[in-house]
Design a protein around this ligand. Sequence first.
Ligand code: HEM
Length: 156
Amino acid sequence: MSEQHPSDIPAGSEGLRSRVTLRRSESGSAATGSFFEQIGGHETFEKLVRAFYDGVQGDPVLWPMYPADDLEGAIQRLTMFLEQYWGGPGTYSEQRGHPRLRMRHAGFRVGPDARDRWLKHMRAALDTLELSPLDDATFWSYLDRAAHSLLNTFDD
Ligand code: HEM
C-alpha cells in the first residue's frame, strides 16, 4: 500500500516548499531551525507523550486498546513519530518504516468517542508544556486534524 496520507507528510514539506528535509546526518535533526528545536527538542516531546499516556491509562475506552505490557514501547513510538514529523531526528522511520498512520490504526476502532477522548488527553498534555500561543496553536491544529483523519468507524 503506497497511500500517502496528509498526517504522514512532515511539516514544512507541503505547498511550494521542498519535499526534501535536509538533515545534519542520515537520521539526524533537520538542518534548518525546526519546530522540534524551537519548542525544546526531545525533552519537550517526551514530556508531552508521557503526560498524554498518563491520561490514556485512566481512560476506560482507550486504555484497553493499548498494549499494557508495552507502555514504554508505545511512549517511544509516539514520541519518535512526533519528533520526526516536526523536523527532529528521523528515528521513527529508521525503526518503524513509513508512518502510514491510517493503515497502522486500521486494527483499532477509532470512532468519534475514541477520537474525542484521544484529543482530550492530548489537549491536557499539551497544556502541561505551556508553549507560546502560536506554537500551541501550530501543534494543536495538526493533532486535531490528524485525529479527525484517522476516524475509521462511526460506531462508538
Ligand atoms: C484518533 C484517536 C486515536 C486512537 C484511538 C489511537 C490509538 C492508537 C493505538 C491503540 C496505538 C497502538 C499503541 C502502540 O503500540 O504504539 C496507536 C499507535 C500509534 N498512534 Fe495512534 N491513535 C489515535 C490517534 C493518533 C494520532 C492523531 C496520531 C498522530 C498524530 C497517532 C500516532 C500513532 C503512532 C505514531 C503510533 C505507533 C505506530 C507504530 O509505529 O506502530 N495516533 N494509536
